[in-house]
Write a protein that binds this ligand. Structure first.
Ligand code: AMP
Length: 546
């Protein structure tokens, strides 16, 4: 027998109408590319989003169209999230750190209709212009006075909004309608698109608020350092508005001193980001001998939070929540809020637990499996590949049948490529990864792609790109190569060769020549043995400081 309850679709417009009403005094405070700090209330934001909705319709954007953004964290980017979803179109956030090749690929693959960009990214677009779809409309996210000169025709964001009605009758639509698209480069080959729905977006916001009650305190301020172009800034544009947290948007400057000043001036309560940015902030905190005013809560994810980082925050009464997730999971899967029964545990033990990747959020199922796909016990010891299932996990990749089939097991669980243990209290600990990738400063570099490109160098017979630990970037790529003949080109030569296909930060930092690479039984390079063989090899930056 069915329950007898109303059924309303879960839609992003409901977060918008609820948040801009119930939390109308909440604010978005943004460091702008124009150079100043801009403030507006959620109520004003709601009116501007309505204007933007009309403007988008005026540009001919209709249901299902992809509208791309190339932008920092700021109020206009936030407005785009809601207006695009509100009219039933899809907000495609583009990561400006991708290589030109990847950027061209995803704009064409997504068939974007309109591209909204910050002034900062004009040169980036100009560099790839000839390879972008011919019918793409460009809108620069600034006012008339700050419009830059461009070699392509571009509209002005503020002019588009001017004179538009300040309310919009947002349409109803099925809750499974797509509203967001984010390509992950956490993969080999071309980036793959995670296509979020209104339903998954609303559920993800609810789910994270329930998991992290310590972070979501109405009236406080939250700082997403995690970019709006990387998995929706971990959902904060939605969960903050839903729960009445004000948003402090840092714009382009993410170095320690800039973040410290912004957080101090605005009395940011909670800040979210990858370990690399907290390295910078902690250095500034050390230099100033204090923490930014009002800073009490930090969410760390994207890469493993080092113990020393957790300890340094906790020593200043800043609660650390170490979270884990993936682009394919909207992204949050687990959260590091400790259970109440640990309140009286000694600090050392609490930190042991904070170092783990946390416990699952409501609605996310986790399992670890052996090489044959059989579930392993959750005893904190058995180690296997982590699979996930839930309403906020992708069911396939956008327009990519082949990759979609490979990513799931026979029961429909998604394979994360992470290798982990689960303990009886539900804590996840990542131990390794099966995916052949290097994560530097929270962004991916594919080792296989590096190897293939390096092997096209005439002097390289075979090679392996490996991740080596780095104090600032967490991991950095190093190329281990076997020479084809007597010639052994230097690092710069190989970097030049690779730079055609990779962004500058993706290039290997060192080149190590060896006589042969160790192979596995199946003839693949054994990176495990290679790492052992390299013994106490250190990244060049570490050697210089040693
Ligand atoms: P992305 O899709 O780019 O957000 O990357 C997701 C991947 O980042 C995961 O599958 C992990 O390999 C890694 N990752 C995310 N969070 C953590 C964490 N807290 N600790 C270690 N690795 C993490």
């Amino acid at each position: 027998m069915d329950g007898m309850m109303m059924h309303r679709p879960l839609l992003v417009k409901d977060i918008l109408t609820y948040g801009t009403g119930a939390h109308r005094r909440g604010e978005i405070i943004s460091v702008r590319t124009e150079g100043d700090i801009h403030r507006q209330t959620y109520e004003q934001t709601g009116r501007r989003i309505a204007q933007l909705g009309h403007a988008l319709e005026g540009l001919g954007v209709t249901f299902g169209d992809r509208v791309a953004t190339l932008a920092w964290n700021g109020y206009r980017h936030f407005e785009l999230y809601y207006a695009i979803a509100g009219i039933g179109a899809i907000c495609h956030t583009i990561n400006p750190r991708l290589s030109a090749e990847q950027l061209i690929y995803i704009v064409n693959h997504a068939e974007d209709r309109v591209l909204f960009l910050d002034t900062t990214f004009v040169p980036l677009v100009e560099a790839v212009l000839d390879h972008l779809p011919k019918n793409l409309t460009f809108v620069i996210m600034t006012d008339r006075a700050h419009m830059p000169d461009t070699t392509f025709p571009a509209l002005c964001y503020e002019e588009l909004l001017e004179g538009q009605p300040e309310s919009f009758d947002w349409p109803d639509m099925p809750e499974d309608t797509a509203c967001g698209l984010c390509y992950t480069s956490g993969t080999t080959g071309n980036p793959k698109g995670a296509l979020y729905s209104h339903r998954s977006t609303v559920l993800h916001a609810l789910m994270t608020i329930v998991a992290q009650t310590v972070s979501f305190i109405e009236g406080k301020k939250v700082l997403p350092v995690v970019p709006l172009f990387h998995v929706n800034a971990w959902g904060l544009p939605f969960s903050a508005l839903m729960s009445g947290l004000s948003l402090v948007m840092p714009g382009p400057k993410l170095d320690g001193p800039s973040l410290f000043k912004l957080m101090d001036d605005e009395e940011v309560f909670s800040a979210w980001g990858v370990p690399t940015v907290w390295m910078g902030l902690q250095a500034e905190m050390k230099a100033q001998g204090r923490k930014p005013k009002g800073f009490e809560d930090v969410v760390i994810g994207g890469s493993a939070a080092p113990r020393s980082m957790i300890e340094a925050f906790e020593a200043l009464d800043i609660n650390v929540c170490h979270a884990w997730g993936m682009t394919e999971m909207s992204p949050i899967g687990t959260h590091g809020t400790l259970p109440r029964w640990m309140d009286d545990a000694p600090l050392n033990k609490r930190i042991d637990y904070k170092q783990k990747q946390g416990r699952r959020c409501f609605g996310v199922d986790l399992k670890i499996v052996d090489d044959n796909g059989n579930p392993l016990p959750e005893d904190g010891r058995a180690t296997g590949e982590l699979y996930v299932r839930g309403n906020t996990v992708v069911s396939g990749y956008f327009r990519n049948e082949g990759a979609s089939t490979k990513a799931f097991d026979k029961d429909g669980w998604f394979g994360t490529g992470d290798v982990a243990t689960l303990d009886p209290d539900g804590f996840l600990t990542l131990r390794d990864r099966t995916k052949d990738l290097i994560k530097s400063g929270g962004e991916w570099i594919s080792s296989i792609d590096l190897e293939n490109a390096a092997m096209s160098h005439p002097a390289i017979a075979s090679c392996a790109a490996i991740a080596v630990p780095h104090p600032k970037w967490d991991e950095r790529p190093v190329l281990v190569a076997v020479a084809a003949g007597a010639e052994k080109p230097d690092l710069e030569d190989v970097q030049r060769h690779l730079s055609e296909h990779f962004a500058k930060w993706q290039l290997p930092d060192d080149l190590v020549w060896v006589d042969a690479l160790p192979l596995t039984a199946t003839g693949k390079v054994s990176k495990l043995t290679l790492r052992e063989q390299l013994g106490d090899y250190q990244h060049p930056d570490l050697r210089e400081t040693a």
